[in-house]
Design a protein around this ligand. Structure first.
Ligand SMILES: [Zn+2]
Length: 241
């Protein structure tokens, strides 16, 4: 087939695709290019790993960050913690060593190097990532799927340092540059697998503490129940003729 003919065919196919609506249920917008999604959902999928993905705000797992930091501080020699820290430290060092050389050793390495340069230590990486993984495990309905979770995990890490910004011609800063799709996809998936054992142990420890707290609170209430019941009975008897 001549290039002229194949170009004409491509244009026809493109026009046919753009004539259809986006595959997201309830979305009536036209598809974008050869994509099965409209521009709006394509942007969401690119940034959140799913067309129905939503951002997760750090406040949502802030309490967990505090709990996990305290937990790790209380058991600095825990074997799983030590091994995970060693692995994450080596991984961040690899990213930092290659930074600025144009060739990333893995997708997202430049993002990891940026967070490190901002002064965030590998140990803090572990705290935030494990807190996020505990949060994601407890709130799995919050995510459209595994990939959406991975993307959110990458965002949790990448936003530990301010995002690089685009600059306008007169040097004024405008909007921030979003992380690349490949970086969000690779880093989240890699860290989820790497930290799975530590995240599982952390979740168990956090939930055991929550249960202990709950039992303690219930225990505090207990002694007051019996006297209250007795008082109510007494009151009922006095009301009766
Ligand atoms: Zn759509």
């Amino acid at each position: 087939m001549s290039t002229h003919l194949s170009a004409a065919l491509a244009r026809t196919k493109l026009a046919a695709n753009q004539g259809h609506s986006c595959t997201v249920a309830g979305c009536g917008r036209r598809r974008s290019g050869f994509h099965s999604l409209c521009n709006h959902h394509k942007d969401k999928a690119r940034l959140y790993g799913d067309p129905l993905g939503k951002p997760v705000h750090a406040q949502e797992y802030q309490d967990l960050i505090l709990q996990v930091r305290e937990l790790f501080d209380s058991q600095p020699d825990h074997l799983c913690l030590v091994a995970s820290l060693k692995a994450v430290t080596a991984w961040t060092a690899e990213a930092a060593a290659a930074s600025g050389r144009g060739q990333e050793p893995f997708p997202g390495a430049e993002e990891v190097a940026r967070v490190l340069r901002h002064g965030v230590q590998p140990r803090e990486f572990l705290v935030v990532l494990c807190a996020f993984l505990v949060f994601a495990g407890q709130q799995s309905q919050r995510f459209a799927g595994r990939q959406a979770e991975d993307f959110a995990l990458s965002h949790a890490l990448f936003k530990l340092a301010p995002r690089p910004r685009k600059f306008t011609r007169n040097g004024e800063s405008s909007s921030s540059i979003p992380p690349k799709f490949a970086a969000l996809k690779h880093v989240g998936r890699y860290l989820r697998q790497l930290l799975a054992p530590l995240a599982a142990l952390t979740r168990m420890a956090v939930e055991a503490r929550d249960q202990q707290k709950q039992e303690l609170q219930d225990g505090m209430r207990q002694p007051f129940v019996a006297p209250v019941v007795a008082l109510l009975k007494e009151a009922q008897q006095t009301i009766q003729p």
